[in-house]
Design a protein around this ligand. Structure first.
Ligand code: IMP
Length: 428
């Protein structure tokens, strides 16, 4: 299976690393690739009981023998990149096999400044961004005033580009936001300080990956953020500024859609969301607090508490559709161990009508009220189960019921944070 996409099917933090872990038990993964977003992401990976968190780096950096790739669609903060690499090196991780696209856009310190100032200015309409400069960096890219990794290797060009980028930004900062202007020379100097360390990692990652696929290598495209945070298909404007859906993998890596073999949507057995925006199954009662507590639902990147709610099959079906999912990987089933009855949202009620599919407009989505079906809980610890058959009957029933209403088969299930705490429902 050469090209596999693993992406988030909800609002992020689904535990995408779990699907990667299960893949690694059957396939040798040669390349692990990030194709969108930046250091706004947060992957927690537990290896031999030790907890690791990656933000910008693909989680594959912890897979011995795999080459990690930051492809062109990613926005790269060199500061975040090297601080993350240094943290891993200090813990004995071999990070030599990392490649960075020459065409990836740079996040400089001014992007984070603008991100935070803009959020403050939005007041009650703020998005709840991670404040890492993701939106402003993508805005510069689309406005054609972005700085790319390759620009760092030509000081004259770099100076011109930073000047062009800051021209409008500084007007905005000084005249609208009442802040000090950012100095071009300071930014250039900061970016140049990373050049020597960055240079050996930089290459044409599209060529590298296409050649790898030609040679029959297994390439894993590891999603960041998730479908409902996609700038086109998510809950706009409460989204990130990139395309975390399967289509974004093609533009973000420079590979054609015909090369992709599997698209795995990672989905939690319940739902969470960080930041602002609509969330039909959100809970404001004790169940929400319990899901948050048992599930450890605190953001890896920002330390913010995640909003929690029940599983939403409308979102699952939507995700299956816009990503062309070949399968789901269901995570954190063990978090539901203690409930007697588990509600699942099967449809919405919008202005008095039953709606089975994602509504066309955001206004309707804001009005959507969940229609629940209730499943019997299993009320026992499933974290030690290693096969689907070992799960209690009611847990098997819950998984099967979700499969029937979610639009794609459930390939695997996660029952705990450890690499071995996964079980296969269907062979892929
Ligand atoms: P930004 O990506 O920092 O611009 O934030 C935009 C929205 O996406 C905010 O609601 C963030 O909380 C959310 N977001 C960004 N990255 C992640 C992630 O990795 N997991 C969950 N939510 C995220």
């Amino acid at each position: 299976m050469p090209a596999i996409v693993v992406l988030g099917a909800q609002w992020g933090d689904e535990g995408k690393g779990k699907a990667t872990d299960l893949l690694a038990t059957t396939d040798t993964i040669d390349f692990v690739v990030r194709t969108s977003g930046g250091h706004n992401a947060g992957h927690t990976i537990v290896v031999n009981g030790e907890k690791f968190a990656t933000h910008l780096l693909p989680s594959g950096i912890l897979t011995p023998g795999a080459t990690s790739v930051i492809a062109n669609g990613v926005v790269v903060s060199p500061e975040a990149l090297f601080s993350e690499l240094d943290g891993l090196i200090a813990r004995g991780v071999d990070v030599a096999e990392l490649k960075v696209s020459a065409n990836a856009h740079i996040i400089a310190s001014y992007h984070a400044t603008i991100d935070k100032v803009t959020e403050r200015f939005l007041g009650k309409n703020q998005i709840g961004t991670t404040g890492r400069g993701i939106g402003p960096a993508y805005a510069d890219k689309i406005n054609r005033v972005g700085v790319r990794v390759a620009d760092l290797f030509d000081e004259k060009i770099l100076h011109e580009k930073v000047e062009a980028a800051l021209d409008v930004r500084n007007h905005l900062l000084t005249k609208i936001y009442n802040r000090r202007a950012i100095e071009v020379d300071v930014v250039v100097e900061e970016l140049l300080s990373y050049v020597d360390r960055l240079r050996p990692m930089v290459c044409d990652t599209s060529l590298l990956l296409n050649r790898a696929l030609d040679d029959g290598k297994t390439v894993l495209f590891e999603g960041a953020q998730a479908t409902m945070l996609d700038v086109d298909h998510g809950t706009y404007p409460f989204v990130t500024s990139s395309s975390p859906i399967a289509g974004g993998v093609c533009t973000g890596a420079g590979i054609g859609p015909t090369r992709i073999d599997r698209v795995i949507g990672v989905i939690k057995a319940y739902t969470t969301r960080v930041g602002a925006g609509p969330f039909p199954t959100e809970l404001f009662d004790n169940d929400g607090i319990e899901l948050q507590r048992i599930g450890g639902e605190v953001g890896v990147s920002t330390g913010r508490t995640r909003r929690c709610g029940w599983y939403d099959a409308v979102i699952a079906r939507y995700s299956s559709r816009v990503n062309g999912l070949t399968e789901f990987f269901l995570t954190k089933l063990d978090v539901l161990d203690s409930w007697e009855r588990i509600p699942v949202c099967v449809a919405y009620e919008i202005d008095g009508e039953r709606v089975e599919e994602m509504p066309m407009t955001q206004t309707e989505f804001h009005h959507a009220k969940p229609i629940y079906e209730y499943f019997d809980g299993w009320q026992e610890d499933i974290s030690g189960c290693r096969t689907f058959e070992e799960l209690p009957k009611n847990a098997q029933g819950y998984v099967k019921a979700l499969e029937e209403i979610s639009g794609a088969m459930i390939w695997g299930v996660g029952v705990g944070p450890g690499r071995e705490q996964t079980l296969v429902v269907h062979d892929a």
